[in-house]
Write a protein of this length. Structure first.
Length: 479
């Protein structure tokens, strides 16, 4: 546990950073109605999140700081009369990038998020394995293709005989038992109005195509990717993070629905079986018997980024595939994400999207693409992309950065750095935003490969980002 004075410095740094951010910006984006409420609900949970190896094994936990007070916004810089202190950005960052803890493969990009001007680059166009920072790309593509208000449905459809029901998965991994219970109650009520008291149940997962299992195989970080599941295939009582996953989440969801439907007063005859929902007759449409929907896509994106939720990331990628008329598979989703980003004018040359979560070592992104994504999200002309910024974890406070930026030179990043982590064995990445002492919003991306250990690589990445906005205000001179 840090000494009291160290923690005081952390707190002071965070308060200073938040005050700077509040003074530097005006209201923009879904701050108080989105991420900040989500942080209060989730950051206090203090449990591991959905990404792979996002931190070394936890040391004894220090008391968590209170959630940071809401800032008015995160985008527009100050019209500051003052300037940064003398110095050279490259002279400051280059030695930090050369840290042996980052291994032999390192790339970097720092841009002015308002203008898109590159302020520092080292191999910025070189595509590397991004790990979970690819979730920034997945999130931008989904928001661009579908809009922040899109919701993912799960429906119940009645067959022509009125006594066969089909539970139809729409690809919502956040469906939980409470919502499923409400769906069962609504279904039973509709059946009662029709005089039906007993049904047969099938379940439809045909929205998704291709292999459900990620190429990495069984993994506690990701369930089989199917259009129907509850609680992302986790056991009851574990609502996020790593857990042994079900081998057949769709069958589990259908079985749970059958039990809940029986409790609601409708008898289910036999066990649920796979099937297809009946199609309406030609020239007609039919409303589902009952329906439940996910939270808006804006909230799903925030949760994906804050918690590094792999199941949600894969769902966002497949929703993008559906919007772009591609097969909702790993391959189709990858093509759809790349096409959506190219349509935004982003530099996708050399990029590869083997999945939406970053668990695949076949993924490739450049530092320039990551900072380009963040710059698009900061563009006032693209408010639909704003949840990408508000969903980024806050250094020292939330998500996968809750226990980082708390010692040494990286201390200055607490409360100021908002960034997405990326971690696989031998791969460590960090991409996000920071507000400088003179009020400029910068986007940065640092990618490292063949790293010796996360214990060395993560602090090195933290020092790089914290150097852009140290608490003393002595930041390098920016062009």
């Amino acid at each position: 546990m840090p000494e009291p004075r160290t923690w005081q410095l952390t707190a002071c740094s965070a308060v200073l950073g938040l005050a700077l951010a509040a003074g530097a910006v005006t209201a923009a984006g879904p701050w108080d109605n989105g991420q900040r409420k989500a942080e209060r609900a989730r950051a206090a949970a203090a449990t591991p999140t959905g990404g792979a190896h996002h931190a070394p094994p936890a040391a004894p936990r220090r008391p968590a700081p209170a959630p940071a007070p809401s800032a008015p916004g995160v985008l527009r810089p100050l019209d500051a009369a003052g300037s940064t202190q003398p110095g050279d950005l490259a002279a400051v960052l280059a030695p930090l990038l050369a840290d042996p803890g980052l291994g032999p493969l390192r790339t970097a990009s720092v841009v002015d998020a308002t203008t898109g001007e590159q302020l520092y680059g080292e191999g910025a166009g070189t595509a590397m394995t991004p790990a979970s920072t690819i979730k920034i790309a997945t999130s931008v593509a989904a928001l661009s293709a579908l809009g922040p208000d899109h919701r993912i449905p799960t429906t119940v459809v009645a067959g022509p005989d009125g006594r066969t029901l089909t539970l139809v998965g729409g690809g919502d991994p956040t469906l939980d038992r409470a919502r499923l219970k409400t769906l069962a109650a609504d279904t039973a009520r509709a059946l009662k109005a029709r005089g039906v008291t007993a049904v047969r149940l099938t379940y439809d997962t045909s929205l998704y195509q291709g292999p459900a299992r990620h190429p990495i195989g069984r993994n506690e970080n990701l369930a089989p990717v199917t259009a129907l599941m509850i609680n992302a295939g986790r056991p009851d009582g574990i609502d996020h993070g790593r857990a042994v996953r079900s081998d057949d989440p769709a069958a589990d969801a259908a079985t749970a629905f059958a039990e809940l439907l029986t409790e609601a007063g409708t008898k289910v005859q036999g066990a649920p079986t796979p099937g297809r929902a009946p199609k309406p007759a030609a020239g007609t449409t039919s409303a589902p018997l009952a329906r439940t929907e996910s939270a808006p896509l804006s909230a799903l994106v925030e949760r994906t980024l804050t918690d590094s939720d792999n199941d949600l990331a894969e769902a966002l990628a497949r929703q993008t595939a559906l919007a772009r008329k591609q097969p909702a598979s790993f391959t189709g989703a990858g093509k759809a994400v790349q096409a959506e980003l190219a349509a935004l004018g982003l530099p996708t040359a050399g990029a590869r999207f083997a999945d939406g979560s970053g668990l695949s070592r076949d993924d490739r992104l450049s530092a320039a693409l990551l900072t380009g994504l963040l710059t698009r999200a900061a563009d006032p002309a693209r408010p639909a992309l704003r949840p990408v910024l508000t969903g980024l974890p806050v250094g020292g406070f939330s998500g996968t950065l809750e226990d980082r930026f708390d010692t040494g030179p990286a201390l200055g990043g607490a409360g100021l750095v908002r960034a997405k982590t990326g971690t696989l064995t031998g791969v460590n990445t960090l991409a996000g935003t920071v507000v400088t002492a003179d009020g400029r919003l910068l986007a940065f991306a640092f990618l490292a490969g063949r790293t010796p250990s996360p214990y060395q690589a993560q602090p090195a990445l933290d020092r790089l980002s914290a150097a852009l906005a140290p608490p003393s205000g002595t930041v390098p001179n920016l062009p």
